[in-house]
Design a protein around this ligand. Structure first.
Ligand code: TYD
Length: 135
């Protein structure tokens, strides 16, 4: 169930640190897209959707934020504040990101190119997908 964390190897030397993300190693799906969210204004909540098919993994390259995960049965809030850990964002998980530090750079690797049709942006509709017998 949620949350699923992936520990990343930090390769450091006297110059600083480096983390690598590779398909089939740290990332359990083919990477077709990478995007990053930064400069988030105070008080902003992002996300507020689920994906029908898309799997993603999220990381903070810098700073911190909170991630609420909701699979329609359980709801958990976790903090992303460690560059050496990634959080799995599975398909059909409602997610909301908040409490961004001013320096936060949230990196997301995704299994497919951007597809607006894959989004469920209405929470009640999301619940109907998760619990079809209740609708
Ligand atoms: P949005 O879905 O609102 O971001 P979030 O769910 O993280 O709050 O995306 C903001 C804008 O960026 C919106 O116009 C769609 C666009 N976008 C892309 O063009 N490609 C992408 O890969 C993503 C994630 C968003």
């Amino acid at each position: 169930m949620i949350p699923i964390w992936i520990d990343l190897q930090v390769r450091g030397d006297d110059r600083g640190s480096l983390v690598a993300l590779e398909t089939g190693r740290q990332i359990p799906f083919p990477i077709r897209r990478v995007y990053y969210i930064f400069g988030t204004k105070p008080g902003v909540v992002r996300g507020l959707h689920a994906h029908r098919k898309l799997r993603q993994m999220t990381f903070v390259a810098q700073g911190s934020c909170d991630m609420l995960l909701d699979d329609g049965r359980n709801r958990v809030s976790v903090r992303l504040d460690d560059q050496a850990r990634g959080l799995m964002l599975d398909r059909m998980v409602w997610h909301e990101m908040s409490n961004f530090s001013p320096d936060c750079v949230l990196v997301v690797v995704a299994e497919t190119e951007y597809d607006a049709a894959d989004y469920i942006r209405n929470y009640q509709e999301f619940l109907r997908h998760v619990h079809p017998s209740h609708s």
